[in-house]
Structures are given as structure tokens and as C-alpha cells.
Ligand binder design. Structure first.
Ligand SMILES: NC(=O)c1ccc[n+]([C@@H]2O[C@H](COP(=O)([O-])OP(=O)(O)OC[C@H]3O[C@@H](n4cnc5c(N)ncnc54)[C@H](OP(=O)(O)O)[C@@H]3O)[C@@H](O)[C@H]2O)c1
Length: 238
């Protein structure tokens, strides 16, 4: 199948987990990929394997985002057809024990990063009258789960940003899709050290990264009216 042949996709957080699976699924559909993550080594390995082009950097850094979009314009002559905001961080801590730095960092990566990237791509998409922005949220964007103060604040914020975007671009030819998974079995869970009293979901009850990747493929290839996909595994928390 090559339902995305010729579609130029900028995908963040592509070096592992959901982003890595999404890169593979999009490449299998013929998409032309620019992949972003901070760690250059893992990112280049992912790009080599799926056939995309890598641009290493931090999505929360305004200068990097400008350079990245300049890179994309040089490669494709324009902003991408599709922007997928997937890069994210996740740490657990009880509210009163959440370090201010961790709170700020969650907002920077999970909220400021998508804001900067959308802001950089949207004017070009609107001028063209076409394009799609996919934002990867979380069940924690809708429910207050213990230990999730920083993460949930960032993902509720992202959902707000997404809904404002959806309202503003209605009828322009540019569309946006919200992807909202519950827990997904990715490396993000490997190093988590949950606070006392908070039980982590069981890995075997989580969604698979490939299932989220297929939901994203559906968002790009299915009916244009698909504005939101909520995925829930056997474990429905985040
Ligand atoms: N796993 C879950 O249970 C779950 C559930 C719901 C939603 N989500 C969401 O799904 C998305 C992907 O999560 P995941 O589980 O696949 O995480 P993951 O396995 O930890 O992968 C995260 C990806 O984002 C990149 N990244 C992190 N910080 C970045 C930054 N500042 N700038 C650029 N890239 C950055 C990472 O590479 P570097 O570290 O090298 O930068 C990596 O490629 C996130 O938005 C997450 O909130 C995950």
C-alpha cells in the first residue's frame, strides 16, 4: 500500500516508542519523512531503518524549531503536508513532591514544543489551503490521575491548544486530529520510579505502540472528518 506516497511528514519523537512505530507505519505507506528527537544516534538509526531524514534537536527550543523548519523548507520547498507532534516526556511524582523544574520541563516539551511547531507550520499550510496537524495527547489530558500533576497539566494544556486550533482552522482546508491513548507499552515506562502508593499499569495490559501508529495512519488516510481518536487498552489509565 502507498496511500501516503508523496506526503511530506514532519514527525517528532521518532527515535523510539510510539514515534518510532509511527515512522515505520508511515514509511510503509510511502510517506516522505523528516524525523525529530534529541538523541542523534538513535534518531539516525531510526531514519536509516525506515528511510527518513533526521534532524536532531529539542522541540522546546525556539531556535531549534526555526532551524528545523528552515531545514524542512530547504528539503521540500515548503512547510510539511503533515506535522505530527508526538515528542513527549512523562515522569511521576506526588503533587507536593513534584520538583518545579520537572513541572516546567513537562510544560516546555509537551506543550511549548507543539505550540512552537504548529506556529511555524500553520501560516504556510493556511496559505496553501491544505495540511494536517496531529497532536498526540493522552488519557491524562482528560482525567486527573495520581502522580500526574506535571504531565497532566501539560497534556490538558495541549488539548486546549488543539481545540482552539480546531476552531480557528475550521473551513480553511487545514485540519487537525487529536490522538488520545491510554497507557502504551514503550520505553517511557522503563525507568519510571513511581511514588509510594502508586501502582504502575501492567505492561501486558497496555496498548502496543503499533496500535497507536495505525490510528495515526488512519487519521491521515481515513475520512477527512476524523477529528479525534481515543484508544483505550485493557488498562485504561495513563
Ligand atoms: N507510553 C504511554 O503510555 C503513552 C500514553 C499516552 C500518550 N503518550 C504520549 O505519546 C508520545 C510518545 O510517548 P512514548 O511513550 O513513545 O515515549 P518514549 O518512548 O519515551 O519516546 C519519546 C520520544 O520523544 C523524544 N523526545 C523527548 N523529549 C524530546 C524533546 N525535548 N525534543 C525532541 N524530542 C524529544 C524522544 O527522543 P529523545 O529522548 O532522544 O529526545 C523519543 O524519540 C508522548 O507525547 C506521550 O506523552 C504515551
Amino acid at each position: 500500500m502507498s496511500r501516503l506516497a508523496g506526503t511530506r511528514v514532519l514527525l517528532t519523537g521518532a527515535s523510539r516508542g510510539i514515534g518510532r512505530a509511527t515512522a515505520a507505519a508511515l514509511a510503509a505507506e510511502g510517506a516522505d519523512l523528516v524525523l525529530v528527537a534529541r538523541g542523534a544516534h538513535a534518531l539516525e538509526a531510526a531514519a536509516r531503518e525506515v528511510g527518513g531524514h533526521s534532524v536532531a534537536g529539542d522541540v522546546s527550543d525556539g531556535r531549534f524549531v526555526s532551524d528545523c523548519i528552515a531545514h524542512v523548507r530547504a528539503r521540500w520547498g515548503d512547510v510539511p503536508d503533515v506535522l505530527i507532534n508526538n515528542a513527549g516526556i512523562f515522569a511521576l511524582a506526588l503533587f507536593g513532591e513534584t520538583p518545579v523544574e520537572a513541572f516546567d520541563r513537562h510544560l516546555a516539551v509537551n506543550l511549548r514544543g507543539p505550540f512552537l511547531l504548529i506556529r511555524a507550520c500553520l501560516p504556510g499550510m493556511l496559505r496553501r489551503g491544505s495540511g494536517q496537524i496531529v497532536n498526540v495527547g493522552s488519557v491524562a489530558a482528560r482525567r486527573g490521575l495520581p502522580g500526574n500533576a506535571a504531565y497532566s497539566a501539560s497534556k490538558f494544556g495541549l488539548r486546549g491548544l488543539h481545540e482552539v486550533l480546531a476552531a480557528e482552522i475550521a473551513g480553511t482546508g487545514v485540519r487537525c486530529t487529536w490522538i488520545e491513548p491510554s497507557a502504551v507499552d514503550t520505553p517511557v515506562w522503563d525507568a519510571l520510579d513511581p511514588p509510594r502508593g502508586i501502582a504502575l499499569p501492567r505492561r501486558e495490559e497496555m496498548l502496543r505502540a503499533e496500535e497507536v501508529a495505525q490510528a495515526i495512519v488512519h487519521a491521515l488516510t481515513g475520512p477527512a472528518g476524523t477529528v479525534e481518536i481515543r484508544l483505550r487498552g485493557r488498562c485504561t489509565s495513563g
